[in-house]
Design a protein around this ligand. Structure first.
Ligand SMILES: C[S@@+](CC[C@H](N)C(=O)[O-])C[C@H]1O[C@@H](n2cnc3c(N)ncnc32)[C@H](O)[C@@H]1O
Length: 432
């Protein structure tokens, strides 16, 4: 006898409408970032496995924009429910990524809704459907500037003032430009869309495929935010002298130092990141000795004329490009990083020749990882001195602070497209 039971509803991804796969990947990815605390760029690989390149890029774009606008998207969701949905339920995650598609990426409403509902699984499909319908009927919109997560806004307001928070929100809401560092001074005529803010630098509008830009294969330049280029600039021309490039991978500063004539020994704990450093050296034809080592234990055979310590940090200064950072980093991580930086700095200082130079840098907007770190170092090493940057060493519009440190903040160079948040100090070792 024929089986007259209705066919069972297919579960999981098999019965999904077209276009659901990148959204499913986006849901996995945002879960990895928000629940497990994984960095977006690391989690993206596993979450988007098996997708075609365009779908993969779309899934990652959904999550990036969701994270950037999440505080404002959550406020819209909460305005539409009698009781706030718990922060970690799947329906909120589905609504977050669906609203980012509607309101930021401007995806067609029918596609957003039809691909969102299968993601809710056994959750409140009717509620999700009702909220997404309402968003379209009422033409919900996001504010002009993406609101920072409250803990970050509070911390930065206390450290830098409310104007910095407003500038950070403006910076977070706009795609940053593309900065290139050049081994030799570029021919500006070959780059009609570019502007130069300092020697060996060009800035291009966002949205260009890096590998299609002129000279990519020839390797005369590499992508590097202008703020990230300042630490190596402060070491000037090497003239064959030795520099230890500590925490070097993927090698932006290694390439600058090699191009400036330093004899570079690049050290990093991560084999994977050192592979990228070596690929970068291969492409640019620049030379450096490369060593894998954890500098809490590793030691150089001899002291160097200069040491550059680009210390691991919270990375809150690169929040424009990494919108997951401000959702993942909490006070505890900042304190842990500051303790590690203090340890690395004390070791790095021992490897500078008498009278030599130490540059310390972090891509952080936390004083604990910048100003406080160097003030504590100087208190424990009173025979070391700060060597403030000269005006010609910095991009126009950036000047050392009252202590002689370089601190880049959101709002600086705003008209030109801004720059990442960095702290840089140049110190001189006692002469012996
Ligand atoms: C800010 S990134 C370096 C960026 C690099 N200087 C550049 O310009 O491309 C920090 C680096 O520190 C490395 N690192 C973290 N802890 C370390 C340790 N204990 N010893 C050596 N390297 C470490 C990480 O692997 C990471 O590559």
């Amino acid at each position: 006898m024929a089986d007259r039971r209705p066919p069972r509803r297919r579960r999981g991804s098999e019965g999904d409408p077209p276009g659901t796969a990148p959204r499913r990947a986006a849901l996995r990815l945002i879960d990895a970032v928000l629940r497990r605390g994984d960095p977006l760029d690391i989690a993206a690989h596993a979450a988007t496995q098996g997708l075609a390149p365009a779908d993969r890029a779309f899934g990652i774009a959904i999550v990036s924009e969701t994270l950037r606008w999440m505080v404002d998207i959550d406020a819209l969701i909460d305005s539409a429910t009698a009781q706030p949905l718990p922060d970690d339920v799947k329906s909120r995650a589905v609504l977050r990524i669906a609203l980012a598609q509607l309101l930021v990426l401007k995806s067609p409403g029918h596609a957003v809704v039809s691909t969102a509902l299968p993601l809710v699984d056994g959750g409140p499909r009717r509620l999700v459907h009702a909220i997404l319908s309402r968003a379209q009927q009422e033409e919900w919109a996001l504010p002009e500037r993406a609101t920072l997560p409250p803990a970050t806004a509070e911390r930065w307001s206390a450290a830098w003032g409310d104007a910095m928070v407003t500038a950070a929100e403006a910076a977070w809401s706009a795609a940053p430009p593309l900065d290139l560092s050049f081994a030799a001074e570029p021919d500006a005529a070959a780059w009609p869309d570019a502007t130069s803010l300092v020697a060996h630098h060009l800035r291009l509008p966002r949205g260009q495929a890096v590998t299609d830009l002129p000279g990519f294969e020839a390797g005369g330049w590499w992508v590097q935010d202008i703020a990230a280029s300042i630490p190596a600039r402060l070491l000037g021309a090497g003239d064959g002298r030795s520099v230890l490039d500590l925490c070097a991978a993927p090698g932006g500063k290694t390439m600058q130092l090699a191009a400036a004539g330093w004899s570079v020994l690049a050290v990093d704990a991560s084999a994977k990141r050192l592979t990228r450093l070596e690929e970068n050296l291969d492409r640019t034809g620049l030379e450096a000795a490369v060593v894998q080592g954890d500098i809490r234990k590793w030691e150089p055979g001899e002291a160097a004329d200069a040491v550059l310590l680009d210390a691991p940090c919270s990375a809150t200064g690169i929040f424009r490009r990494h919108p997951d950072v401000l959702h993942r980093i909490e006070a505890r991580e900042i304190a842990d990083m500051a303790a590690l930086q203090g340890e690395l700095l004390a070791r790095a200082a021992k490897w500078v020749k008498p009278g030599g130079t130490l540059v310390y840098a972090t891509c952080s907007l936390e004083r604990a990882e910048g100003e406080d770190q160097i003030m504590a170092f100087l208190a424990g090493h009173p025979d070391w001195s700060v060597v403030p940057a000269g005006g010609d060493e910095l991009p126009a519009g950036i000047a050392p602070d009252a202590n002689g440190f370089v601190r880049t903040l959101p709002g600086m160079l705003a008209a030109a497209g801004g720059l990442d948040g960095f702290f840089i100090a140049r110190l001189r070792a006692p002469s012996g």
